[in-house]
Write a protein that binds this ligand. Structure first.
Ligand code: PEP
Length: 259
C-alpha cells in the first residue's frame, strides 16, 4: 500500500522569522501522524534554517528546483550535491511556474530529474495541462508528453524513483480545484502509462500527488481517491492551521484505507 505524502511548496515566500513560526507550529502538530509522510520545499537561502529547525522531526526538507549540471561555471545554479549537504530529501522539478515563467522545456526538466535521481534525491516531477489544453481535450496527450520526456531520458525504472505531481495549471494558485473525479481520472491515466512503460509493480508503487488549490476543505475528498497519494500544496502550505489540517487529512485517508 502506498504511503500518502504531503509536500509544501513555499514558492518565493518566507523570511527567517515567519519560517520559524510556521515550522514551530507544524512540528508538534504533525509529530503524532505516523501514517503519512510530510515535507516542506523551501527557497534555497532558507534551507539551512529549515534543516536545522526540522532536525529530529517527521517533516523532511526539500528544494524547489536544481541545476542539471554537477558543478562549474553555471552562475546562479544549485546542484543536487549542494542540496544533499542541506539534508534535502526532495526536490521539485518542472513546476509549471518554472516551465512557463522560466521557459523550461520537457527536455531540461528531464535532465534535472536525472540529476536528482543520480544523487538519490527524490524528484517531485510536476506535470499538468493549461486551461486551453484541457478545453481542447488534450490533457492526456500533454501529461503523456511530459512523462515520456523523463522516461526517454532516464528510463521507466528511474521514473519510479521519483514522485509525480499532477498539477493542472488552471488550478494552481487560482482557487479552482480539480474535482476529486477529475484528479482521479488523470492520476489513473498516469499510472496506466507507467504500467505500460515499466511494469505493474513499479506502477502500483508510484506515488502520484495532486496539486492545485488544495485546502483543508477539499483535501479529504481528494486524498480519498484511489490513485491520489497525497498533495503538493502551494498557498495553503504557508498557513500553519491549513497545512496541518491537510496533513491530518492525509493521515485519515490512509487510516480509512487500512480499516
Ligand atoms: C503549487 O505551487 O505547486 C500549488 C499547487 O499551488 P497552490 O496550492 O497555491 O495552487
Amino acid at each position: 500500500m502506498r504511503t500518502k505524502l504531503v509536500a509544501g511548496n513555499w514558492k518565493m515566500n518566507g523570511g527567517l522569522a515567519s519560517n520559524q513560526a510556521l515550522l514551530a507550529a507544524m512540528i508538534p502538530a504533525l509529530a503524532g501522524l505516523t501514517a503519512a509522510k510530510f515535507a516542506v520545499c523551501a527557497p534555497y537561502p532558507y534551507l539551512a534554517q529549515v534543516r536545522q529547525v526540522l532536525r529530529g522531526s517527521n517533516i523532511a526538507c526539500g528544494a524547489q528546483d536544481l541545476c542539471q549540471f554537477e558543478s562549474g561555471a553555471y552562475t546562479g545554479g544549485v546542484s543536487a550535491a549542494m542540496l544533499l549537504e542541506f539534508d534535502c530529501r526532495y526536490v521539485i522539478v518542472g513546476h509549471s511556474e518554472r516551465r512557463s515563467v522560466f521557459g523550461e522545456s520537457d527536455e531540461l526538466v528531464a535532465l534535472k530529474f536525472a540529476a536528482a535521481v543520480k544523487h538519490r534525491l527524490t524528484p517531485i516531477l510536476c506535470v499538468g495541462e493549461t486551461l486551453a489544453e484541457r478545453e481542447s481535450g488534450v490533457t492526456e496527450t500533454v501529461v503523456a508528453r511530459q512523462l515520456d520526456a523523463v522516461i526517454g531520458c532516464c528510463g521507466s525504472t528511474a521514473l519510479a524513483q521519483g514522485v509525480i505531481a499532477y498539477e493542472p495549471v488552471w488550478a494552481i494558485g487560482t482557487g479552482k480545484t480539480a474535482t476529486p473525479q477529475e484528479a482521479q481520472a488523470v492520476h489513473a491515466t498516469i499510472r496506466a502509462r507507467i504500467r505500460a512503460a515499466a511494469d505493474r509493480r513499479l506502477a502500483d508503487g508510484q506515488t502520484i500527488l495532486y496539486g492545485g488549490s488544495v485546502k483543508a476543505a477539499n483535501a479529504g475528498q481528494l486524498f480519498a481517491m484511489p490513485d491520489v497519494d497525497g498533495g503538493l500544496i502551494g498557498g495553503a502550505s504557508l498557513v500553519a492551521d491549513e497545512f496541518i489540517a491537510i496533513c491530518r487529512a492525509a493521515q485519515v485517508a490512509r487510516e480509512t484505507v487500512k480499516a
